[in-house]
Design a binder for this molecule. Structure first.
Ligand SMILES: [Zn+2]
Length: 483
């Protein structure tokens, strides 16, 4: 019977199963058997017309089923089907001509001696690295190893874009920063560490969010863009920017134990939109802030992005253009699948519709301004202080925790019941619309989703704890940890 692999983001809807053997003559049969076995998965894979959602790809071995016979593709015994959802991630030579290459000083020859000893790099290769320029978007989990390794390798000019400050909870994985830099701008903290590692290079910093308004100006001086972002609007912005400017996009994304990497270079292969034409709706795919990430995972994926960047500059090896690398840290397995250019791609296809940068927040279904994470809106929110007052006054409230069981062990509100968001729709019958219900999660994002489910089922007496249990820990009960 064919085997089906389920990626980490979808496992909560499949009772945690990662590999399932299911009967079926075609891909459609097996997916049908899958959603029959795990009905919660259905809405994540199919739309209301039972068509595969545009942010889900199905591969048979190395091939996208769209390149075969679609969902009707026949199966043989022992075939492996892989579901690849989007996760909140030829041999061009990017360097200048040899004549224009800068000389290396004696100091640089000593510093890079382990490169100069490799025939594929050598003196000319090191000069190409010195002449190269790379823009790294994000200086967090992925950006840390990318920026450090590119700096150490002697990439002559590196740009860093980030608008955040270093936070204590970043240090579990963002190894370019240190405890002494908490509260400092990430771009300054990262630049100082890179120049400490290698003062021979130039580091440009952009302490701002990359947007449609500034992206062309920021990207202009660089040959290659590395995508180290953690959100869909920026991911689509970076993709379109790279397609429109003809630059390669070295892509990486991470979630819990799973990583993806590729090189999207529309001049020679597919772009990110060829693979994922549309983003998932907000809230369907949890971010690392909500779902967590193993601290070393961005180290693995970011190191692969740095490797691909160096190969592009040097013009050596087989890059990930036209391939997507899938990494599963739990199985310790690497797998690559082939990606094809989509002639109907809206940005790199034959008749592109997207010919300039658009509003990516809007494209990804997010409110453009003042998006207050963890808030359902004034009428639906209750603050930690208000909830505390109502509980003290003896109000009869039903507290529902929509987090996962392992989070309940970190902190919880006394008397609350656990209904994880993934099970919420299926367990609606346990709730009564006549009761006063307060929903909460870690920061309010998942409970907002749960509230939307209740509101659309006709519940009116329901509130969302704004800012989640972390807000409760910050403002009401200091004995609880913030996580
Ligand atoms: Zn494309």
């Amino acid at each position: 019977m064919p085997t089906l692999k389920i990626p980490t983001p979808l496992r909560p809807y499949a009772d945690g199963e990662s590999v399932i053997t299911l009967p079926g003559e075609t891909v459609a049969d097996v997916l049908g058997a899958l959603v029959e076995r795990h009905p919660e998965l259905k809405k994540h894979l199919f739309n209301d017309e039972d068509k595969l959602r545009p942010f889900v790809n199905v591969f048979l071995g190395e091939e996208n089923v769209n390149q075969l016979e679609g969902l009707g593709t026949p199966l043989e015994d022992g075939d492996t089907i892989i579901i690849i959802p989007s996760i909140a991630g030829g041999q061009p030579e990017m360097s200048k001509g040899d004549q224009m290459l800068p000389e290396l000083t004696h100091q640089e020859i000593l510093r890079y001696s382990r490169h100069l000893l490799i025939p594929d790099v050598g003196l000319v290769g090191q000069q190409k690295l010195k002449a190269a320029s790379v823009l790294v978007i994000g200086s967090g989990g992925l950006g840390s190893p990318v920026a450090l390794y590119l700096a150490a390798a002697g990439v002559g000019r590196i740009g860093l874009v980030d608008y955040d400050v270093v936070d204590f909870s970043n240090l579990q994985r963002q190894i370019i920063h240190g405890e002494s830099r908490i509260g400092d701008l990430k771009v300054e903290s990262a630049r100082d560490r890179m120049l400490d590692l290698n003062p021979e290079i130039q580091v440009d910093i952009y302490n701002e969010m990359i947007t449609s308004a500034n992206a062309f100006v920021i990207a202009e001086p660089y040959d290659i863009i590395v995508d180290g972002t953690d959100n869909f609007p920026t991911r689509y912005l970076v993709n379109d920017l790279c397609v429109l400017t003809g630059k390669p996009n070295v892509y990486g994304s991470i979630f819990r134990f799973d990583g993806q990497a590729s090189v999207f270079y529309a001049e020679e292969g597919p772009c990110y939109r060829c693979l994922f034409p549309e983003p998932p709706p907000p809230g369907l795919v949890p971010s690392c802030a909500e779902g967590g990430v193993l601290g070393v995972l961005p180290g693995t994926i970011g190191s692969i992005q740095a490797t691909e960047t160096l190969k592009l500059i040097l013009g050596i090896g087989e890059t990930l253009i036209g391939r997507l690398l899938l990494y599963d840290a739990l199985d310790l397995s690497f797998q690559t699948v082939k990606l094809a250019k989509n002639p109907e791609c809206k940005v790199c296809g034959v008749n592109p519709e997207v010919t300039e940068l658009i509003d990516y927040e809007d494209f990804c279904g997010l409110p453009t301004h003042g998006h207050d994470e963890g808030s359902a809106g004034d009428n639906w929110d209750i603050t930690a202080d208000e909830l505390s007052e109502r509980l003290q006054s003896g109000a009869n409230l039903r507290l529902i925790d929509v987090r996962e069981p392992h989070e309940q062990e970190i902190s919880n509100l006394e008397g609350s019941e656990l209904i994880p968001l993934g099970q919420f729709a299926a367990r609606l019958s346990e709730l009564d619309s006549a009761e006063d219900i307060v929903l909460y999660c870690k920061t309010g994002t998942r409970s907002t989703r749960a509230l939307e489910i209740l509101a659309s089922a006709g519940f009116e007496k329901v509130k969302n704890l704004k800012g989640g249990i972390n807000a409760w820990a910050a403002y009401v009960d200091h004995s609880l940890p913030i996580y």
